[in-house]
Write a protein that binds this ligand. Structure first.
Ligand SMILES: Nc1ncnc2c1ncn2[C@@H]1O[C@H](COP(=O)(O)OP(=O)(O)OP(=O)(O)O)[C@@H](O)[C@H]1O
Length: 256
């Protein structure tokens, strides 16, 4: 996924100020930036939640434009939001297929929208096993799971339906250490399964643990693309706050 020169203004405020973006196949790209840097606005433009005033978005080299999140979803982009976006009273299997239920075969079943619970259950088991997600039963209501497991269900759902990109907005923010690590593992599995991941996070240790490249956002733009294997966390934070300019960094610290 690529974007060139994205702009979004809210009255006097320019939330996205000519931002470029690039996500490569098979990578986890972390997006970091101070509060108000415009990360969410850019991510919303990439996921159809905001229509940019200017700029272009490309998927596999093709120009695309999203009028809504549903539009972006149809084109293979799934987003996991930080606020544990699952339906607590429904089972894991039902949550995985929420809004995309598999209907039973035949015209009457289709007309009456009779869902094929057995098939959904089987598919859910297959998919969760593929992600090595340890759950006793897919018929368990999501409210009986821990916070980390719930977020795991949201991640698994996005991975099941995304064809191009999975976007995760602070997926570990509400979680404890062990649960956060579990979600990080799951994100790695999503990448290793072939889907590139955009991870918006304020959690530097998580970013450094998992990201292949780091997009630093500052004042509505991409300030730098960093190589987490070559730059320290302290220098990364300095780039984020503007204390360190990208041209003061060595070539290896920059990602290409
Ligand atoms: N719907 C809106 N209406 C008006 N101003 C907005 C709107 N959304 C964002 N902004 C403004 O745009 C700027 C960028 O906000 P944005 O939420 O994109 O930043 P952020 O980097 O995601 O911040 P945070 O890390 O705090 O979530 C801010 O000044 C914000 O007040």
């Amino acid at each position: 996924m690529e974007a060139r020169g994205l702009v979004k203004r809210y009255g006097q405020v320019t939330a996205i100020n000519g931002a470029d973006f690039e996500l490569r196949p098979g990578e986890i790209l972390a997006v970091i930036g101070d509060n108000g840097a415009g990360k969410s606005s850019m991510i919303k433009a990439l996921s159809g939640a905001v229509v940019p005033d200017e700029g272009q978005i490309f998927l596999d080299g093709q120009l695309v434009s999203f009028r809504s999140p549903i539009d972006a979803r149809r084109q293979g982009i799934e987003t996991v939001y930080q606020d544990l976006a699952v339906a607590p009273a429904m089972t894991i299997a039902e949550n995985l297929f929420l809004g995309r239920e598999i209907l039973k075969a035949g015209p009457i079943a289709k007309l009456l929208r009779i869902v094929d619970k057995k098939k959904m259950h089987e598919e859910a088991v297959r998919h969760m096993q593929g992600l090595q997600f340890a759950i006793k039963s897919m018929s368990q209501p999501v409210e009986t799971l821990s916070g980390g497991q719930r977020q795991g269900v949201a991640v698994a759902r996005s991975a099941a339906f995304a064809r191009h990109v999975v976007i995760m907005d602070e997926p570990t923010a509400a979680l404890g250490v062990r649960e956060g690590n579990m979600v990080l593992d799951l994100i790695r599995k999503v990448r290793d399964g072939g889907l590139p991941v955009i991870l918006i996070s304020h959690n530097m240790p998580h970013v450094f643990e998992i990201a292949d490249r780091i997009h630093v956002h500052r004042m509505g733009q991409r300030a730098a693309l960093l190589n987490p294997k070559q730059i320290s966390m302290a220098d990364t934070v300095s780039v984020m706050t503007g204390a360190l300019k990208p041209d003061q960094l060595s070539a290896e610290m920059l990602a290409h």
